[in-house]
Ligand binder design. Sequence first.
Ligand SMILES: Nc1nc2cc(Br)ccc2s1
Length: 250
Amino acid sequence: MRIDVVSIFPDYLAALDLSLIGKAREDGLLDVAVHDLRDFTHDRHRTVDDTPYGGGAGMVMKAQPWSEALDHVVAQGHAAGLPGGRPHLVVPGPGGTPFTQALARQLADEPWLAFACGRYEGIDERVYEYAREDLGLEVSVISLGDYVLNGGEVAVLAMVEAVGRLIPGVIGNAESLVEESHEDGLLEYPIYTKPQQWKGREVPPVLLSGNHAAIAAWRHDQRLARTAARRPDLLHPSHGDADLDVRLAT
Ligand SMILES: Nc1nc2cc(Br)ccc2s1
């Protein structure tokens, strides 16, 4: 998979050189290119924003630098051997489609993603139109949650990690992707490691029993209890029932 990221703070994305994603890049499983939006300005001050038409607080990111940055991303992608393809443009934003594990799995199946990191009050709306109508890109505004950040960079780091780890070969043991929180609609079960007793606290005996069926059953029960306690909405999509009896997980 190829991933392009456009930002006015490219150093923010340095974390993509580290750990799992960094190794996936070294292994050729991921090709990541980060672009500085200011490289596509043409004035002495490398201006990327201006005041909003119609008034209002804050500043708006100008269309021209974004259009040239997206043109460059598409051209570079083709030069890098993504023939004819076009990236799926993902714009993190508080008003977007909720980012879920299911959406991460969908994005992980795509050959090319481009992330646009907004700042200030956001990006001139005509950039989205240009991307769709002139560049023929699929454009998705995606939200990490109902809160406001100062920019899209933090959201992109989270999305790239969530998507990147699902690419075959990135996680050494694919088995560890199973029974993770949200992978199958339930939260993960409690986990323990040595020592068997720690500060007077014992590991649940069933985990020492060697009885794999009993261990699996206990773990499933724990996942159900945790999900009921912390995320009843995952069990009861119409959740809001105040007297729902919620058992506390361990
Ligand atoms: N939750 C989120 N807040 C923001 C703010 C800006 Br500015 C850009 C992207 C995002 S995603």
